[in-house]
Design a protein around this ligand. Sequence first.
Ligand code: ATP
Ligand code: MG
Length: 389
Amino acid sequence: MKNVILIRFGEIFLKGKNRGFFEKVLYINIKEALKRFDLSVKKIPGRYLICDYEREFEEEIIERLKKIAGIFSFSPAIFMKTNYEEIVSQSVEFMLDKKGTFKVETNRADKKTISLNSMQISADIGGKILEKNSNLKVDVKNPELILNIDIRENCETFIYLNSIRGMGGMPVGTSSTGLLLLSGGIDSPVAGYMMAKRGVKVCAVHFHSYPYTSISAREKVEELAKILSEYTGDLIIYMVSMTELQEQIHENCDDSYMITLLRRGMFTVAEKLCKKFKRRMIITGESLGQVASQTIESMTVVSEVVKSTPIIRPLVAFDKCETIEIAKKINTFETSIKPFEDCCTVFLPDSPVVRPKLEDVLKEQKKIDFDEIIARSMSNIEVVEIKSK
Ligand code: ATP
Ligand code: MG
């Protein structure tokens, strides 16, 4: 017998003809995420199996598995060649240190090796567990623990307790590619996580206004990307300066249009990056009505610069507290709330336009050499590679 981890897929099951592709990508992602451990990943019908690992790393492996999109659930299990005596003794030993209510559930696909039916097996093993452990009580309706005995056709048996929920969703790399606008705030890392969960391979762009924004602000973004990369896999960040654009707007335009024009600059660069690096969508952390720049009027005049790339806003209907809940769950929250300035907070106007009109925005934009400034920003991009842990 040996210890293994049994992995169940999520929505992959829904994908009739493409199932092979989805399973293959998930297999590669699991191998990649666990590459620092000495172990093997095997495919068995409808499942994956993690084998040959050191028990002391089991907890760490479990934590890592929770961050792989496409895994529905998994269970640390005992795996053995089917032999009834052995199944009984392993089940009893498995339950020796447990307490509370339990039941045994048996699935017997192999009708040849064992003559008892599944009900009889459950009753027999349940009774033997009780004989050895007086801290347990049987409750067939609503037990705290379910001991599963899965006797498979090919003479192999798995024994495991309740399963652990995985991240769900679809394997990263099965739903195209996206460019995440990653600020140092709470929302954008959550937006990136949500699209990775839908199978999108994400890379990021961060806009800074160095020297108005500090090196610490940039380090914060890299720290966020590092946490995010546990879900997305290795992550590239394109660092783009908005300093000249902001200075020019500040000197030449009506200050209340600072954020609108800056954001038009960001989205223009984002689409150019998408074209250059073959990214199929722009992803942002915008949520309708959250701030002046996120009214539908602001979003409309800003999106107007993007011609042929979909802009995906996974948080558009979220309340801040719902986003914060996810940020805490994925562990980005504590980093996001570190107090460093973002380029949106540099030259912040006293009263930004809340419902800008396109004609007014274009009039302001004409006061600067918008296209040339953007071209200069594009010619000076720094690429930072973030390696997933
Ligand atoms: P966040 O918490 O993600 O910063 P926010 O609520 O502060 O969002 P805004 O500052 O208006 O809202 O930004 C809206 C979205 O625009 C962000 O979620 C992000 O996708 C993008 N964005 C804002 N600032 C930057 C930046 N400096 N670099 C890259 N993207 C940015
Ligand atoms: Mg922000």
